[in-house]
Write a protein that binds this ligand. Structure first.
Ligand code: AN7
Length: 434
């Protein structure tokens, strides 16, 4: 792959994936000015390689708060080496968890959960957003905007506030989980509730960015992809750069699938890992155009009218399609879909293990379980599943699952109403004794 990196020390360029035209690092365009294609960041090669680069990354862990303490900027050479200052909380540094109950549920003993819900705004989006908002500041943007199913908007609202930039967010009315919508309001973003779905919001904000000149912070923005790569880089670092067999993740707009593919491609080319893990991208069955296309070898590309309780991935026309196809092909990856019932069941197991995640995140574990049952993932496989968002992002689904759904779902933990009497406490304790 001769053109994977530029010469060391060169400024990064933004290269059109469709026509190959290149644009300078500090061009604020969201897509190719010639043909409208998506842009791909081509970074300069790091000045050191292999073990020397790894020890540089390792030496930055646990440093005093500041950019280097960020789980994104620790990998600056592979993110945005040209930035002298960063809009950072910091972010990243998320745990890799092992929980027996979840491993048993998935049927994979060596399953680890990369919990991105531990980021400052509670989702993996912060990793891309610190980079995009840093870029927005570098190019002199006066306002930033995104369309979102909720997490991107919460993250952008926070990072824009941190940078002192006005933020405009467009979300589908009535389709955003309460935790996320209230975050956007709290962090001070101008919040538009659009009478349409996410795909309508994305179309609208792309038009607005072109016509009105606001900086577009959706994951079509290639700098978002650069930041999101660090989920994989940090997980690999936590594993001592001994790559797992599989990296499983929920898939909606496909930005993250594309980012994982780019991270693994670059890490392998630089000799940071000896082999490339297979990606397992998991969609919700009601929003699964990518899984359908995978099933016919990506011969056809369709869009759907998306419907799923996992509102984060309720997306019918994924924007990063071509990038994600490349990621799946290069990693010998697999795309599958899981039903809402499978998502809720996996989520209940993850939650009851004390870990917790939002519905879309549980799709990764549900997908691992499904592919284990199908014999695609082996029982001995080493698997990392990404949990993309925090359990409190979607309190509405928790209330429905545990208190309201009738009949109660299999793992519902109904609260018990009692009189203010010790005898009632005792009665409940006895009935629950194991
Ligand atoms: C928790 O916030 O698209 O496939 O606008 O919030 O990269 O889109 C969120 C996506 C998975 C899917 N898990 O990632 C948005 C948005 C959670 C998410 C995804 C999202 P992509």
């Amino acid at each position: 792959m001769p053109d994977l990196f530029l010469a060391a020390g060169a400024p990064a360029v933004q290269r059109c994936e469709r026509c190959g035209a290149t644009w300078p690092e500090l061009d604020a365009t969201a897509t190719c000015r010639d043909c409208g294609g998506l842009l791909d960041i081509v970074l300069p090669a790091p000045s050191v390689h292999g073990a020397a680069l790894l020890s540089r990354f390792g030496g930055r862990c646990c440093t005093h708060p500041g950019s280097e303490a960020s789980g994104v900027w620790r990998f600056a050479e592979l993110v945005m080496p040209g930035a002298a200052a960063h809009v950072t909380h910091p972010e990243g540094n998320t745990p890799l968890l092992q929980r027996r109950a979840v491993q048993a549920y998935a049927g994979v003993a060596d399953l680890r959960l990369k919990h991105e819900g531990h980021n400052p705004t509670g989702s993996f989006k912060d990793r891309g957003m610190t980079v995009a908002v840093t870029h927005a500041v570098r190019v002199g943007a006066t306002a930033v905007a995104c369309a979102s199913t909720g997490n991107t908007s919460a993250s952008l609202a926070s990072y824009a506030a941190h940078a002192g930039l006005p933020a405009l967010v467009l979300v589908p009315r009535g389709q955003v989980a309460m935790g996320k919508l209230t975050q956007s309001l709290a962090y001070g973003a101008t919040t538009l509730l659009v009478d349409g779905d996410f795909d309508d919001c994305l179309r609208l904000v792309r038009e607005a960015s072109t016509e009105l000149g606001v900086y577009l912070a959706n994951s079509v923005n290639p700098w978002r992809v650069e930041g999101q790569k660090t989920i994989a880089l940090e997980a690999l670092q936590q594993l001592g750069w001994d790559a797992p067999d599989w990296l499983a993740l929920p898939a909606g707009n496909l930005g993250n699938t594309a980012a994982m593919g780019k991270a693994l491609r670059e890490a392998h080319a630089l000799g940071l890992i000896a082999r490339v893990p297979r990606l397992l991208a998991v969609q919700a069955a009601g929003a699964a155009p990518f899984a359908a296309s995978f099933a016919d070898g990506f011969a056809t590309r369709t869009t759907v009218r998306a419907e799923t309780i996992a509102t984060a991935i309720r997306i019918g026309a994924p924007a990063s399609w071509d990038r994600a196809v490349r990621a799946i092909r290069e990693t010998n990856g697999v795309v599958t879909a899981v039903t809402d019932d499978e998502i809720l069941d996996a989520k209940a197991v993850i939650d009851a293990a004390g870990v917790g995640c939002e519905p879309a995140s549980a799709a990764s574990v549900a997908g691992v379980r499904k592919m284990r049952e199908a014999g695609v993932v082996g029982a001995e496989a080493r698997v990392v599943a990404i949990l993309t968002g925090h359990v409190l992002k979607d309190p509405g689904i928790l209330v429905r699952y545990h208190q309201e759904m009738d009949p109660a779902p299999p793992r519902a933990n109904r609260p018990v109403e009692i009189a203010a009497k010790l005898a009632d406490v005792e009665r409940v304790l006895k009935s629950r004794a194991r």
